[in-house]
Each structure stands twice: as structure tokens, then as C-alpha cells.
Design a protein around this ligand. Sequence first.
Ligand code: PLP
Length: 390
Amino acid sequence: MKVAELQELESRWVMQTYPRAPIELVRGEGARVWDSDGKEYLDFLAGISVCSVGHCHPAVVEAVREQVGTLTHTSNLYLTEGGVRLAQRLCESSLGGRAFLCNSGTEANECAIKLVRKHAHGRGIAEPEIVVLEGAFHGRTMASLSATPGLSTNESFAPYLPGFRAVPGDDPDALRDAVGERTAAVMLEPIQGETGVNVIEDEAIAVAREACDAAGALLLFDEIQTGMGRTGSLWAYEQLSVRPDVMTTAKALGGGLPVGACVTTPETADVLERGDHGSTFAGGPLVAAASLAAFGVIDDPELLRRVRDLGGRLSEGLREIDAIAEVRGRGLMVGARLNGIDARDAASRLLAEGLIANPIGDDTLRFLPPLVIGDEDVDEALGILGRTLG
Ligand code: PLP
């Protein structure tokens, strides 16, 4: 089928909620994808940080092939080993409590929001409040959306959930002042991804921890984009001075399949009890097999060291390009602010030159390449960027 025909079908049958580039991707391997005309692209977006092990990683493919012919789904009314092992791996590698498995990032946050609200009710708070940061993105379902200040102004979906208060991410004093008797949690991404790779300063995060401890509130990290090795440690918080009480993750967790998780410390492991939460597909054998295979690839000190090195190489190379005014990020989560060039236009020109990058707003390009790339991939991307942006 020709791309023009596919575009016509898409506009007729698919709700028009996404602007899509005019190419059809048909195959992927490692950091490369191919379109229906056979053109090759270097993928520096990796499905928005989902394909961190690269496209069709052999370990994930093998695990899924094996599992899909053995047992695909049972519901959560019975035991299956994969989901239990995945929860164990998540908890042992992070906060040590328990995990609730789900199917996406926004669902992981819904679980976390319920958990911190229940924890607050347990402390006698009738109308708990969650403090969030401006510039945050926590998802598209109603609670996650209500926790996303930039989107919960859209009156089309009102009324939003009450109980969220937004403060600037770069104002530790405002953050401290916002936490009080009614606070259930402070919820933040250590690096805000969807609004342009904004690193939250260590000081603000330390203030969030202190204020939560003083108020008896929980610190909740959304590591849906920053987690699973993206910043050069398995979890981004490992490079910070504080640990959260609750963490959510998704995206790269499934090695390309849809998986999310909400993870607790031992102290918060029993807050959600039987009947409090559930999900039909969550933690099923197929996605658990994919996720355990992805874990095996990413939870590797050598790979994580490479992510830090490659991130440094990419950021330094970007800084040398005149058309780039500022480079932000950590590891292989990098944003570049362009100098007077429209980001959407730049991304279209890069796509034509065979590089997939993500425009954010008017002036920022975001790079989230697979974590398995090599120096030569970074140099190739920098070459295309230098030539294309002039
Ligand atoms: N939280 C963060 C930090 C994200 O980046 C995203 C997605 O981009 C989400 C939550 C929502 O995840 P999902 O799209 O899987 O629901």
C-alpha cells in the first residue's frame, strides 16, 4: 500500500489525536528502522524511550517467541512466575518494597496517586493534596492529567480531579512552602522529559525530600522516562542525594511491549490492599517475559557506564553545532535548544536526511536513542545534525 493511501485510511478511521510524519515504518533492528520504501533511519527517539534495548533485541524476541507459544494470559486470579519475578527484580533493584504491575506509564501514576492518597487518609487527612511541578508530564488519564499542570488547563476535559497543587520546578522555597498538613506527596520527574528535558536541580529535590519528611508526606518519583538506564544509572534517583518513597516506571521496562509499574519501599508496601486496585492484563506472562529480558540487557554496569560516556559524547558534539544554543539532560536523555530555528521544521529536515529526533515546542529537539548505540552512531547523528541545521 502506498503511503498516500495509508494516510487517507488513517484520516478516515483513526481518531485524529496525533500529528504523524508522512512515512510508514515497517522494520527495526538495533538503532535502525526502515520505511516502506526501504529507506533507512537512525532512530534517536527509540519509540519515545521505549526501545532502549534497541529494536527487536534478540533476547527480547527470543523470550517473547518462547512465551507466546506457551502461555500468553491468565488474568491476575492465578499465579504466574514471570510477573512475580518481574516485581522481585524491580523491587530488589530499587526501593525494596512491593510492586504493582500495569500496562503503561499513566496507569503506574494512577496507582501511585491512589497509594499516596490512601496513605494520607491513614494519617487522618480528609482532603489530601499532591504537590506537583510546573512543566511536569504524568500522563493522559484523568488523575495523571490532573497532575499535569500544563494540560489540565484544557477546559474540554473539565472538571479535573481536585487535590493537586503546582509550584515552579526551579523555586525550592515555593516548593517548601507548598508542603503542609494536607500534603499527601510531592510528585516529580527527576528530569522532565515531555516538556523539553528540564533537569530538576538537586537542591529542589533535596528540599522536596526534607519537606515531605517534616510533613509526614511521601516523595513520589515518576521515573517513567528517566528510569531503566536512560540517564546512565538504572534509576535516575541513584545519581541524586535522595531516594523516593514510591516510584513509577514504564516505557523501556517492557523492551518494546506495554508494561508499567508502581514500586514502593518496605514502609509503603502494604498501603494498597486486596481489592484496592487491579488491571486485567497487568503483569501477564508475555509482557513479563519481554520485560525480564529487557532488564537482563539494561541492568548491566558496563552498559550503564557506556550510556554516561555516550551521553557525554552526544552532548559535547551538540554544543559544537552553531545552530544549537543550549544542551540539557543526563546520560542519553538530551534536549537541544535551537538558535532561531523552528524545531518541527528541523525535525522534518532531519527525517529526510535519515535521522529521527523529536521536536518539543517551538525550539527544542529531544534525543532518546537506544542505549545500545555505539560511538559511530553518535558521530553519524552529529554529522547529520551539523549538515542539516547548518
Ligand atoms: N510520565 C512521564 C514522565 C512520561 O514521560 C510519560 C509518557 O511520555 C508518562 C508519564 C505517561 O506514560 P504513558 O504514555 O505510557 O501512559
